[in-house]
Design a binder for this molecule. Structure first.
Ligand code: SAH
Length: 262
């Protein structure tokens, strides 16, 4: 074993580590993430965290599910945060495991602020976000020198579950050649309308990448104009990343996943 593997940080009792599990494929977990999972005594995890990743934990680990289950409402963010603080005060090694990257549309910032306010020592372990790694598994690079020098990541939901009013759709439509959207399926009709209204063309390429990096990954490539009908007939369901822009066309050449063994 290399020295680096032996020198990974020790999980102190009473600390909370906020860890990104990546988009699904367990191979996309970081070494820091794996080191955290192996030492954790309590894991508070979200719905989008892969079971195989949880399987890396010790046999004695206590698992707490903090996501939506069977149509029941998800636990309140405040309750999750309180739990983290409470477990840390019980002097446990507490791992908060989140899908993708904890600081990308994952409320990791809110949780870290609460830990800071309660003087709980914490560590942040970034993960591969679905809007980057998930697209790579679909053969779609989020940047390419010939296509875009900027990229916008946005969420299709605000805290109230509606399309965020703070998004300046005109600026995004005009200024961002590639737009990567999280949680955008539910309000797709509305979002599509805003992009068309502010100057994106009917023929603008769009891809929906569903359950990216998992064995159930599905990709629908369409255009802004056709996307509503194509989406309906495809039966594609969330979780999905929606990407708008010419980067989508690169998938014709860069789709690699179907050509390799997993
Ligand atoms: N922190 C996460 C995002 C959490 S928000 C990250 O960095 O990836 C949840 C949204 O992320 C989902 O609604 C979906 O839009 C997207 N998402 C997460 N995992 C995904 C996956 N494997 N495939 C497609 N979309 C995914």
């Amino acid at each position: 074993m290399s020295d680096f593997m032996k020198q990974l940080p020790v999980f102190e009792p009473g600390h909370v580590w906020l860890v990104g599990a990546g988009p699904g494929d367990p191979g996309l977990l970081t070494l820091h993430g794996m080191n955290a999972i192996k030492q954790a005594e309590i894991i508070v995890y979200d719905a989008l965290v892969n079971d195989e990743i949880l399987g890396l934990a010790s046999e004695s680990v206590e698992l707490h599910f903090a996501g939506k289950r069977g149509g029941k409402p998800s636990p309140k963010q405040k309750d999750i945060t309180l739990k983290l603080v409470e477990f840390a005060r019980q002097n446990k090694r507490v791992l908060r495991l989140k899908g993708g990257d904890p600081f990308v549309f994952g409320r990791g910032g809110e949780e870290a602020l609460a830990l800071s306010e309660n003087n709980i020592p914490f560590r942040i372990i970034p993960g591969i976000s679905a809007g980057i790694g998930g697209l790579a598994y679909a053969g779609i690079p989020v940047t390419h020198r010939d296509i875009n020098h900027s990229v916008t990541f946005l969420t299709g939901h605000d805290a109230n579950g509606v399309v965020p009013s703070a998004v300046k759709w005109k600026c995004v439509s005009n200024g961002s050649p590639v737009i990567v959207m999280y949680m955008a399926m539910k309000h797709w009709s509305n979002i599509r309308g805003k992009l068309l209204e502010h100057g994106r063309g009917e023929d603008e390429p769009v891809a929906f990448v569903c359950e990216a990096t998992t064995p159930n990954q599905r990709v629908l490539v369409t255009t802004l104009g056709e996307s509503l009908t194509d989406l309906e007939s495809s039966g594609i369901e969330p979780p999905a990343i929606v990407v708008v822009g010419k980067a989508v066309n690169l998938r014709n050449q860069l789709e690699w996943l179907s050509k390799v063994s997993r």
